[in-house]
Design a protein around this ligand. Structure first.
Ligand SMILES: [Zn+2]
Length: 106
């Protein structure tokens, strides 16, 4: 069951709750007000393999377009969310490419 983040419409209190997809919105645990579901990373949680596959695809696109700096930034961002060797290897790969690109430019 995924964890969702909710925010109270009355007092703004934000909290997390385990919920099924069809469960009604919970009321605010602080003031009893109505809440709304927030878009959180957890709600969109996919399997790690699927996430890595998506990251790799995007990463390779950047490289294909010659946008090494963007690829490096992207890999760095991905590494914050996904702790995995594959992401680390992507970072190493792009570092090497950036270093080479610098040398060629000089
Ligand atoms: Zn509230």
């Amino acid at each position: 069951m995924p964890i969702y983040e909710f925010a109270c419409k009355s007092c703004g209190y934000v909290f997390e709750k385990l919920q099924g997809v069809n469960d009604p919105l919970p009321v605010c645990p602080r003031c009893g007000g109505k809440t709304q579901k927030l878009i959180s990373m957890v709600a969109f949680k996919v399997t790690t393999d699927e996430a890595i596959r998506r990251v790799e695809k995007r990463f390779n696109d950047y490289i294909r377009w010659g946008k090494y700096k963007d690829a490096a930034k992207f890999a760095q961002k991905a590494a914050q969310y996904i702790k995995h060797d594959k992401i680390k290897r992507m970072q190493e790969k792009i570092e090497t490419k950036l270093t080479k690109a610098k040398k060629t430019a000089v």
